[in-house]
Ligand binder design. Sequence first.
Ligand SMILES: Cc1cc2nc3c(=O)[nH]c(=O)nc-3n(C[C@H](O)[C@H](O)[C@H](O)COP(=O)(O)O)c2cc1C
Length: 249
Amino acid sequence: MIEDTLLQRRTIRKYTSKPVDDELLNDILMKGCRASTTGNMQVYSIVITRDETGKKELAPFHFNQKMITEAPVVLTFCADFNRFNKWCHQRKADPGYDNFLSFFTAAIDAILVAQTVCIAAEAEGLGICYLGTTTYMAHKIIEVLNLPKGVVPVTTVTLGWPAEKPEQPDRLPLKGVIHHETYKDYVAEDIDRIYSEKEARSDSKQFIKENNKETLAQVFTDVRYKKADNVYFSNMLLQVLQEQGFMNH
Ligand SMILES: Cc1cc2nc3c(=O)[nH]c(=O)nc-3n(C[C@H](O)[C@H](O)[C@H](O)COP(=O)(O)O)c2cc1C
Protein backbone atom coordinates (compact mmCIF):
# COMPACT_ATOMS: atom_id res chain seq x y z
CA MET A 1 0.00 0.00 0.00
CA ILE A 2 1.31 3.44 -0.97
CA GLU A 3 0.05 4.70 2.40
CA ASP A 4 2.28 2.29 4.34
CA THR A 5 5.21 2.86 1.98
CA LEU A 6 5.10 6.58 2.70
CA LEU A 7 4.01 6.71 6.33
CA GLN A 8 5.94 3.73 7.70
CA ARG A 9 9.26 4.34 5.96
CA ARG A 10 12.55 5.04 7.64
CA THR A 11 16.10 5.26 6.36
CA ILE A 12 17.88 1.89 6.37
CA ARG A 13 21.65 1.83 6.92
CA LYS A 14 22.18 -1.93 7.43
CA TYR A 15 21.55 -4.48 4.69
CA THR A 16 21.41 -8.28 4.48
CA SER A 17 23.68 -10.15 2.08
CA LYS A 18 20.69 -11.04 -0.12
CA PRO A 19 21.36 -9.65 -3.60
CA VAL A 20 19.08 -7.21 -5.40
CA ASP A 21 18.57 -8.86 -8.77
CA ASP A 22 18.93 -6.98 -12.02
CA GLU A 23 15.31 -7.44 -13.00
CA LEU A 24 14.03 -5.89 -9.79
CA LEU A 25 16.54 -3.04 -10.00
CA ASN A 26 15.54 -2.35 -13.60
CA ASP A 27 11.87 -2.33 -12.65
CA ILE A 28 12.55 0.18 -9.85
CA LEU A 29 14.63 2.40 -12.16
CA MET A 30 11.92 2.29 -14.85
CA LYS A 31 9.37 3.47 -12.31
CA GLY A 32 11.78 6.14 -11.08
CA CYS A 33 12.24 7.48 -14.60
CA ARG A 34 8.48 8.15 -14.77
CA ALA A 35 9.09 11.07 -12.39
CA SER A 36 8.28 14.52 -13.73
CA THR A 37 11.21 16.06 -15.56
CA THR A 38 11.77 19.58 -16.86
CA GLY A 39 10.40 19.90 -20.40
CA ASN A 40 10.62 16.09 -20.62
CA MET A 41 14.35 16.58 -21.23
CA GLN A 42 15.48 14.03 -18.60
CA VAL A 43 18.61 16.00 -17.87
CA TYR A 44 19.96 13.41 -15.42
CA SER A 45 21.96 10.20 -15.40
CA ILE A 46 22.10 7.41 -12.84
CA VAL A 47 25.37 5.52 -12.29
CA ILE A 48 24.91 2.04 -10.78
CA THR A 49 27.82 0.74 -8.71
CA ARG A 50 27.63 -2.95 -7.83
CA ASP A 51 31.28 -4.06 -8.01
CA GLU A 52 33.23 -4.25 -4.78
CA THR A 53 36.14 -2.38 -6.37
CA GLY A 54 33.90 0.50 -7.45
CA LYS A 55 32.35 0.73 -4.00
CA LYS A 56 35.77 0.70 -2.36
CA GLU A 57 36.92 3.49 -4.63
CA LEU A 58 33.86 5.58 -3.77
CA ALA A 59 33.95 4.87 -0.02
CA PRO A 60 36.56 7.44 1.10
CA PHE A 61 34.71 10.18 -0.75
CA HIS A 62 31.60 9.31 1.24
CA PHE A 63 33.72 9.67 4.39
CA ASN A 64 33.79 5.86 4.67
CA GLN A 65 30.15 5.62 5.63
CA LYS A 66 29.75 1.85 5.81
CA MET A 67 26.57 1.75 3.72
CA ILE A 68 28.65 2.31 0.58
CA THR A 69 30.59 -0.94 0.87
CA GLU A 70 27.87 -2.92 2.65
CA ALA A 71 24.90 -2.16 0.38
CA PRO A 72 24.52 -4.41 -2.69
CA VAL A 73 23.66 -1.40 -4.86
CA VAL A 74 24.93 2.18 -4.86
CA LEU A 75 23.20 4.69 -7.13
CA THR A 76 24.76 8.05 -7.95
CA PHE A 77 22.24 10.50 -9.36
CA CYS A 78 23.78 13.17 -11.57
CA ALA A 79 22.59 16.43 -13.08
CA ASP A 80 23.43 15.79 -16.74
CA PHE A 81 23.28 18.20 -19.66
CA ASN A 82 26.06 16.36 -21.52
CA ARG A 83 23.75 13.95 -23.35
CA PHE A 84 21.20 16.64 -24.20
CA ASN A 85 23.92 19.05 -25.42
CA LYS A 86 25.34 16.32 -27.68
CA TRP A 87 21.91 15.65 -29.11
CA CYS A 88 21.48 19.38 -29.82
CA HIS A 89 24.88 19.58 -31.56
CA GLN A 90 24.10 16.52 -33.67
CA ARG A 91 20.76 18.04 -34.72
CA LYS A 92 21.93 21.52 -35.75
CA ALA A 93 20.65 23.08 -32.52
CA ASP A 94 22.67 25.48 -30.38
CA PRO A 95 22.39 24.56 -26.68
CA GLY A 96 22.50 27.40 -24.13
CA TYR A 97 22.88 25.25 -21.04
CA ASP A 98 26.27 26.30 -19.71
CA ASN A 99 24.89 28.39 -16.86
CA PHE A 100 23.81 28.06 -13.23
CA LEU A 101 20.10 27.93 -14.05
CA SER A 102 20.70 24.89 -16.24
CA PHE A 103 22.65 23.18 -13.45
CA PHE A 104 19.82 23.88 -11.03
CA THR A 105 17.27 22.55 -13.53
CA ALA A 106 19.24 19.35 -14.02
CA ALA A 107 19.80 19.01 -10.26
CA ILE A 108 16.04 19.26 -9.68
CA ASP A 109 15.48 16.56 -12.33
CA ALA A 110 18.11 14.33 -10.68
CA ILE A 111 16.61 14.75 -7.21
CA LEU A 112 13.10 14.02 -8.45
CA VAL A 113 14.19 10.83 -10.17
CA ALA A 114 16.19 9.83 -7.08
CA GLN A 115 13.25 10.23 -4.74
CA THR A 116 10.91 8.39 -7.10
CA VAL A 117 13.40 5.51 -7.32
CA CYS A 118 13.53 5.49 -3.51
CA ILE A 119 9.75 5.25 -3.20
CA ALA A 120 9.63 2.48 -5.83
CA ALA A 121 12.38 0.60 -3.94
CA GLU A 122 10.72 1.04 -0.56
CA ALA A 123 7.42 -0.16 -2.01
CA GLU A 124 9.23 -3.45 -2.82
CA GLY A 125 10.43 -3.75 0.77
CA LEU A 126 13.96 -2.56 0.01
CA GLY A 127 15.74 -0.10 2.30
CA ILE A 128 17.48 3.05 1.14
CA CYS A 129 19.84 5.67 2.52
CA TYR A 130 20.71 8.99 0.87
CA LEU A 131 24.30 10.16 1.17
CA GLY A 132 24.80 13.91 1.35
CA THR A 133 28.56 13.45 1.03
CA THR A 134 28.10 13.48 -2.77
CA THR A 135 27.82 17.26 -2.86
CA TYR A 136 30.80 17.66 -0.50
CA MET A 137 33.11 15.48 -2.55
CA ALA A 138 31.64 15.93 -6.04
CA HIS A 139 35.11 16.61 -7.54
CA LYS A 140 36.38 13.19 -6.40
CA ILE A 141 33.20 11.31 -7.36
CA ILE A 142 33.52 12.87 -10.82
CA GLU A 143 36.98 11.28 -11.09
CA VAL A 144 35.93 7.84 -9.83
CA LEU A 145 32.82 7.65 -12.04
CA ASN A 146 34.50 9.27 -15.02
CA LEU A 147 31.85 11.99 -15.36
CA PRO A 148 32.42 14.29 -18.36
CA LYS A 149 31.82 18.04 -18.59
CA GLY A 150 28.11 18.84 -18.22
CA VAL A 151 27.64 16.16 -15.54
CA VAL A 152 27.64 16.79 -11.77
CA PRO A 153 26.77 14.17 -9.12
CA VAL A 154 24.06 15.55 -6.83
CA THR A 155 23.12 12.70 -4.56
CA THR A 156 23.83 9.06 -3.82
CA VAL A 157 21.46 6.37 -2.60
CA THR A 158 22.48 3.02 -1.11
CA LEU A 159 19.97 0.24 -1.63
CA GLY A 160 19.48 -3.25 -0.24
CA TRP A 161 17.28 -5.58 1.77
CA PRO A 162 16.89 -4.24 5.32
CA ALA A 163 18.84 -5.88 8.13
CA GLU A 164 17.44 -3.47 10.72
CA LYS A 165 14.21 -1.73 11.61
CA PRO A 166 15.22 1.41 13.45
CA GLU A 167 12.76 3.61 15.31
CA GLN A 168 11.04 6.01 12.97
CA PRO A 169 12.62 9.45 13.45
CA ASP A 170 10.41 12.37 14.43
CA ARG A 171 9.14 15.08 12.14
CA LEU A 172 8.09 18.62 12.95
CA PRO A 173 4.31 18.93 13.32
CA LEU A 174 2.67 19.48 9.92
CA LYS A 175 1.39 22.87 11.06
CA GLY A 176 4.99 23.93 11.61
CA VAL A 177 5.90 23.56 7.95
CA ILE A 178 2.68 24.58 6.18
CA HIS A 179 1.58 28.10 5.23
CA HIS A 180 -1.84 28.90 3.83
CA GLU A 181 -1.89 31.20 0.80
CA THR A 182 1.05 33.36 1.91
CA TYR A 183 4.07 32.78 4.12
CA LYS A 184 3.43 33.71 7.76
CA ASP A 185 6.79 34.39 9.32
CA TYR A 186 7.54 32.73 12.66
CA VAL A 187 7.60 34.65 15.92
CA ALA A 188 9.59 33.33 18.88
CA GLU A 189 6.59 31.52 20.39
CA ASP A 190 5.94 29.70 17.09
CA ILE A 191 9.54 28.46 17.03
CA ASP A 192 9.26 27.30 20.66
CA ARG A 193 6.05 25.44 19.88
CA ILE A 194 7.21 23.87 16.60
CA TYR A 195 10.48 22.55 18.05
CA SER A 196 9.19 21.63 21.53
CA GLU A 197 8.41 17.99 20.74
CA LYS A 198 11.77 17.43 19.07
CA GLU A 199 13.61 19.07 21.96
CA ALA A 200 11.73 17.01 24.55
CA ARG A 201 12.76 13.66 22.99
CA SER A 202 15.17 11.54 24.97
CA ASP A 203 17.41 11.00 21.90
CA SER A 204 17.69 14.77 21.49
CA LYS A 205 18.68 15.13 25.14
CA GLN A 206 21.22 12.35 24.66
CA PHE A 207 22.66 14.16 21.62
CA ILE A 208 23.08 17.36 23.65
CA LYS A 209 24.78 15.50 26.49
CA GLU A 210 27.09 13.45 24.25
CA ASN A 211 28.25 16.57 22.47
CA ASN A 212 28.57 18.61 25.62
CA LYS A 213 26.23 21.30 24.33
CA GLU A 214 23.51 23.41 25.89
CA THR A 215 20.85 23.16 23.15
CA LEU A 216 19.94 20.83 20.30
CA ALA A 217 20.39 23.65 17.79
CA GLN A 218 24.02 23.90 18.91
CA VAL A 219 24.55 20.25 18.01
CA PHE A 220 23.66 21.23 14.43
CA THR A 221 25.60 24.51 14.28
CA ASP A 222 28.70 23.47 16.25
CA VAL A 223 29.02 19.76 15.50
CA ARG A 224 27.03 18.38 12.58
CA TYR A 225 26.82 21.19 10.01
CA LYS A 226 29.44 23.79 10.93
CA LYS A 227 29.84 27.12 9.19
CA ALA A 228 33.51 26.54 8.37
CA ASP A 229 32.69 23.22 6.69
CA ASN A 230 29.76 24.72 4.82
CA VAL A 231 31.89 27.54 3.47
CA TYR A 232 34.71 25.17 2.51
CA PHE A 233 32.50 22.64 0.69
CA SER A 234 30.42 25.40 -0.84
CA ASN A 235 33.53 26.84 -2.50
CA MET A 236 34.54 23.38 -3.71
CA LEU A 237 31.11 22.83 -5.24
CA LEU A 238 31.20 26.21 -6.97
CA GLN A 239 34.55 25.22 -8.46
CA VAL A 240 33.07 21.90 -9.64
CA LEU A 241 30.22 23.77 -11.35
CA GLN A 242 32.80 25.98 -13.04
CA GLU A 243 34.89 23.02 -14.19
CA GLN A 244 31.87 21.06 -15.40
CA GLY A 245 30.78 24.02 -17.55
CA PHE A 246 27.82 25.43 -15.66
CA MET A 247 29.16 28.88 -14.69
CA ASN A 248 29.96 30.38 -18.05
CA HIS A 249 27.54 33.27 -17.78
C1 LIG B 1 20.04 14.80 0.83
C2 LIG B 1 20.16 13.85 1.98
C3 LIG B 1 21.43 13.51 2.42
C4 LIG B 1 21.58 12.57 3.45
N1 LIG B 1 22.85 12.19 3.81
C5 LIG B 1 23.00 11.20 4.71
C6 LIG B 1 24.30 10.70 4.99
O1 LIG B 1 25.30 11.16 4.43
N2 LIG B 1 24.41 9.71 5.90
C7 LIG B 1 23.33 9.15 6.53
O2 LIG B 1 23.51 8.22 7.32
N3 LIG B 1 22.07 9.60 6.27
C8 LIG B 1 21.88 10.60 5.38
N4 LIG B 1 20.62 11.04 5.07
C9 LIG B 1 19.45 10.43 5.71
C10 LIG B 1 18.85 11.38 6.77
O3 LIG B 1 19.71 11.41 7.88
C11 LIG B 1 17.46 10.87 7.15
O4 LIG B 1 16.60 10.94 6.03
C12 LIG B 1 16.86 11.73 8.28
O5 LIG B 1 17.60 11.57 9.46
C13 LIG B 1 15.41 11.34 8.56
O6 LIG B 1 15.33 9.96 8.80
P1 LIG B 1 14.31 9.05 7.99
O7 LIG B 1 14.67 9.09 6.55
O8 LIG B 1 14.49 7.65 8.58
O9 LIG B 1 12.95 9.59 8.25
C14 LIG B 1 20.43 12.01 4.07
C15 LIG B 1 19.16 12.39 3.64
C16 LIG B 1 19.03 13.29 2.60
C17 LIG B 1 17.65 13.67 2.14
